[in-house]
Design a binder for this molecule. Sequence first.
Ligand code: CUA
Length: 143
Amino acid sequence: KFERNVIITALTVSALFIFSIFYALGAKRQDVSECLPYNKTYETARVEQIDAKTYQIYYVARMWNFEPAISYIPVGSEVDLFVTSLDVVHGFNVFDKNVNLMAVPGGVAKTTVKFTEPGVYKIVCHEFCGTGHQNMEAEIIVN
Ligand code: CUA
C-alpha cells in the first residue's frame, strides 16, 4: 500500500515536471526569434499580405539602409518580420516592441509582432556597421 503511494507520487511529480518543460518550450515559441534555413527569396525586400490581419515583411539590410523603408500595416495585425543582410552584420531593433534581431548575410532571423496600437514604429540598426550606421532606419506605420 505504502509502496503504491510512493510510486504514484513519483509518477505524478515526473509527469508534472515533463509537462512544465513542454509548457515552457511552448511559451517560449511565441516570442523568441527563430533562425530559418536561408534561401535567395529573403533577399527580395517586400510586404506580403497573408489575410486581413496577417502580414509578412521581408527586410533587407545593407550599408546603410533597410528595405522596405516604410511599410503600412492595419492596426490589430500580426506581422512576421524576416530580416537578412546583403553585406555585413546589422542590427534590427523595433522601438516599443522589444524586438532585437541580427541581420546576418546568408542568414535570416524571424519574429512575430502584433500591432494593437496605431503609431509610427521606428526601426534602427543597433549594431555598429560603418560610417552610415546612424542613418539606418525604417518605419512601420500602423493605422
Ligand atoms: Cu547597420 Cu549599424
